[in-house]
Design a protein around this ligand. Structure first.
Ligand code: NAI
Length: 272
């Protein structure tokens, strides 16, 4: 259901790989709410072609950009402002990748070249994106920047591997850059800490089926879906949340504040 919350707003959405992607669902919702945007992803991800289907549905143009390349980011931001006809009101960073996770390297046996690559893609790319936006004065006043993260940044989830460290770094960048963006351009910066979600990135984590089920049974409201994450992001892009900044916002059905739930306890207690 549309409320026209983003009518007249312009932005960039990173990370729509296929229809399961959180960024894909977000693009559909932003479109429904009246926003216009450029879609972007790494050139290698474009080869799958699915993003063009999304672009057609949402009247968006696609500009390939490797989010670790400053040159690509500069081109993306300049062209987006040209295409959309002005400065940007919202940016979604929905990017994550760990080579160690992909190749099944254990956290106690990391390949550091791969760690560095994963950190650049998953965490530093957020700084690079914001620094490029900041230097080009590409954000409108009261604009909103959101990145997606996971609770393994605060608590131990052994199979999340070096992505846990990347997410901790990402959340810190949101606060540190958010200060300057707020002070100098009245732009807010937040991270959304989302429930486990069955996407390409999500399912790549070892033991995913177990921990999505566990999180669901622990959370009083159950896991948050990708569609619900898109809804939450819309609120952060809208003018209804102008003074929310420097926050890591849990969107997880209550999981992050639980100790144990009855459903989980039941698995460990013998029936009388
Ligand atoms: P996804 O696999 O659909 O999206 C990840 C995206 O990152 C892909 O579109 C991929 O092409 C893009 N990407 C990888 N390397 C890139 C590069 N060098 N430059 C530009 N883009 C690049 O998976 P999902 O789950 O939608 O991931 C989106 C975000 O949500 C990620 O930050 C992820 O860590 C986060 N997240 C996911 C959760 C899950 O369980 N799926 C839970 C909490 C957070």
């Amino acid at each position: 259901m549309s409320h026209n919350l983003l009518k007249g707003k312009r932005g960039i959405i990173f990370g729509a790989l296929d229809e399961n992607s959180i960024a894909w669902k977000t693009a559909e919702r932003v479109f429904e709410e009246g926003g216009s945007f450029v879609l972007t992803n790494a050139p290698v991800a474009m080869r799958m072609g699915a993003i063009n289907t999304l672009a057609e549905k949402t009247n968006a143009q696609v500009i390939p950009a490797d989010a670790t390349s400053l040159e690509d980011l500069e081109n993306l931001i300049e062209k987006s402002m040209e295409i959309l006809g002005g400065k940007l009101d919202f940016v979604l960073h929905s990017i994550g990748m760990s080579v160690n996770v992909r190749k099944g390297r254990h956290y106690t046996d990391l390949n550091y070249d791969w760690s560095q690559k994963g950190w650049d893609v998953s965490a530093l790319s957020f700084h690079k994106t914001m620094q490029t936006l900041y230097k080009k004065q590409a954000m409108s006043e009261w604009g909103s920047i959101v990145a997606l993260t996971y609770m393994a940044a605060q608590r131990v989830f052994p199979d999340y591997n070096d992505m846990a460290d990347n997410k901790a770094y990402l959340e810190s960048i949101a606060r540190s850059f958010g200060y300057f963006f707020g002070r100098d351009h009245k732009v807010r910066v937040n991270t959304i800490s989302q429930s486990p979600t069955p996407t390409t990135a999500g399912k790549g984590v070892k033991g995913f089926d177990g921990f999505i089920e566990y999180a669901d049974k622990m959370s009083p409201l159950g896991n948050a879906s990708a569609d619900e994450c898109a809804d939450y992001t819309i609120t952060l892009f809208s003018d209804l949340t102008k003074k929310v900044t420097l926050q890591n916002l849990f969107h997880d059905g209550g999981f992050s504040n639980m100790g144990v739930s009855q459903l989980v306890m039941d698995k460990f207690v013998d029936e009388e």
